[in-house]
Write a protein that binds this ligand. Sequence first.
Ligand code: NAD
Length: 249
Amino acid sequence: MFDLSGKVAVVTGASRGLGKAISIGLAEAGADVIVTDVLNANETVEEIRKLGRKSIGLKMDVSKKEDVSSMVNQALKKFDRIDILVNNAGIYRAAPAETAKEEDWDKILAINLKGQFLCSQEVGKQMIKQKSGKIINIASVAGKSAFAQSVAYNASKAGVILLTKTLAVEWGKHNINVNAICPGVFSTQMTEDFLKSEDFLRMIKARVPMERCGEPRELVGAAVYLASKASDYVTGHALVVDGGWIAGL
Ligand code: NAD
C-alpha cells in the first residue's frame, strides 16, 4: 500500500532540511526523485542514487514562473511523467507586525504561497493528462494558529491550506489528490537559531505534549502516506505532525 516503486516525484527546496528528508524517504519507498532547489542539491541526489533510485538535481526558484516551466519540461524529458509533487520550498523571517518590511512580506508570500501555486499549476497540467497524481503542500501549524512576529509567514501558510483545499476540489475529478502537511517545530536550518535558545526549548518542553521538537525523518511517514495508494480517498486534508502541540492550544 505504501510502495512507491515506479513512481516519479518532484520535491522543491530539497537541498537540505525537511525537503531532503522527504526526498530520501520517497526514494526509500521506491520512487525516483527530481530534486529541486535554488541551492545546489547534489548531496540529496547522491544519497538517492546510493539507494538504487534514479535522481537528478535541478536548480530553480519556485517563485519564478519561467524557472518552474523549465524544471517541469526537463523533468518530463528525463522521466516522461510526474506522479508526486512535494511543494516544500519555503522561507521564514521574524518581525513584529507593525514594523515588518513590505519587501519581506512580498518575498515570503512569493516563495511560500505563489511558489506552491506555480509548481502545482505546471505539474497539475501534466497530472491532468495522466489522469492521476499526488500533490503534497508543506504548510505549517502556523497556518492554523497565529505565532507572534510571523505575520507574513502565518498568512502564507494559511494560504497554503486553502490553496490545497481549492486544488483538491477542482482536481478530484482528474484523480489528483491534493493534501497539506502542517509540521510543528522540526530541527532544520530554518529553526536552528530558535533551537539554540534555552527559553525556546523550555517553551517546547512545556507546550508540546511529546516535550521535544521533531527530527526531519519524522515527517517522512506522513509524506509517504500522502504520496501512496494508502491515501487514494484522502484529499483536501491538512495533516498536523507536531507532537501534539496545537491539540492543546
Ligand atoms: P530550510 O531552510 O532548512 O530549507 C528550505 C529549503 O528551501 C532550502 O533548501 C532553500 O534553499 C529552499 N528554498 C528557499 N527559497 C527557495 C526558492 N525560492 N525556490 C526554491 N527553493 C527555495 O527549511 P525547512 O525547515 O526544511 O523547511 C521546509 C518547509 O517546511 C518550508 O516550507 C517551511 O516553511 C516548512 N516548515 C518548517 C518547519 C520547521 O520547524 N523546520 C515547521 C513548519 C513548516
